[in-house]
Design a protein around this ligand. Structure first.
Ligand SMILES: [Zn+2]
Ligand SMILES: [Zn+2]
Length: 278
């Protein structure tokens, strides 16, 4: 793979169908200055899927695609840095100038999140005279819950899941297109045999790297340190590793080098606007 000017890696023959991963938000916990929290655009053969929807993601999504052309949304877990912008997405779909769609946007939530969104939606009213809506999200958003034990077939891509090691239930996702090419998103989580198994042989692995080092955090296995991300990539035999979910205040280049020292594949840092094509 090579990285041409413009921040995109290309590793496919000219004219081949597209499987592209674009970073909308690569920040952890809260947006880095000028950035956004977790959010990624997966493009496959003309279809568009939004993966996670953290604060700041909608503005960046709109620089790539109209909302009416987003085929589906997947949410890995219920932490605010991965789902809070769903409220903004709902507002945009209901009242924004480009939100008009024939049908609601399907959002595939991690198990347990349907009730969480009930609570979140109940905090808002559109009209003081009518009060809270019976379902804040309907009809512009159609909530579904993905079954982590099943294959989720979306436009152009099949999605499989694995549980991560995190503070709340969280799911890593493997996206495989009809040519067998695959991108794995680790969502949030520390070292995990299940995520390593899910990522076996992937063309591209996106892993969080929230901790600059394991030192001083030996008892907290809910996030990865860079050497752990590198070892996970090496064990999974992936072709390229991307580190994301990082604080701008950390020395990210040093973290990239620490991950690269633990595996023998190229390691990149995710920054908002970067894209990889496999
Ligand atoms: Zn989390
Ligand atoms: Zn997070």
């Amino acid at each position: 793979m090579r990285r041409p000017p413009g921040g995109e890696n290309v590793d496919r023959p000219l004219g081949a169908p597209l499987l592209r991963w674009t970073v909308l938000g690569a920040s952890a916990v809260r947006p880095n200055p000028g950035g956004a929290c977790a959010g990624y655009l997966l493009e496959v053969d003309g279809a568009h899927h939004l993966v996670d929807c953290g604060p700041g993601v909608v503005a960046r999504l709109l620089t790539h695609v109209r909302l009416r052309d987003v085929d589906s949304v997947l949410v890995s877990h219920g932490h605010p840095d991965h789902c809070l912008e769903l409220v903004v997405l709902r507002q945009a779909l209901r009242y924004g100038p480009d939100g008009r769609r024939d049908a609601g946007m399907p959002i595939y939530l991690a198990p347990g999140m349907h009730a969480q969104l009930d609570t979140l939606g109940a905090a808002f009213i559109d009209d003081a005279a009518t009060g809270p809506l019976p379902d804040y999200w309907s009809p512009v958003i159609v909530r579904r819950t993905f079954d982590p034990a099943a294959v989720l077939e979306l436009a152009g891509v099949a999605v499989t899941f694995a549980p991560t090691s995190h503070y709340v239930p969280c799911w890593a996702m493997r996206f495989t297109d009809r040519h067998g090419r695959s991108i794995v998103y680790g969502a949030d989580g520390g070292p995990s045999a299940a995520v390593t198994a899910l990522a076996q042989g992937a063309d591209l692995l996106i892993l969080e790297c929230t901790f600059p080092t394991r030192r001083g955090r030996e008892g907290d296995l809910g996030h990865l340190a860079p050497d752990e991300a590198g070892r996970l990539a090496a064990r999974a035999g992936v072709r390229r590793l991307v580190l994301t979910h990082m604080f701008a205040t950390d020395d990210r280049e040093a973290m990239r080098q620490a991950a690269a020292a633990a595996c023998d594949v190229p390691v990149d840092l995710a920054r908002e606007g970067d894209a990889w094509t496999v």
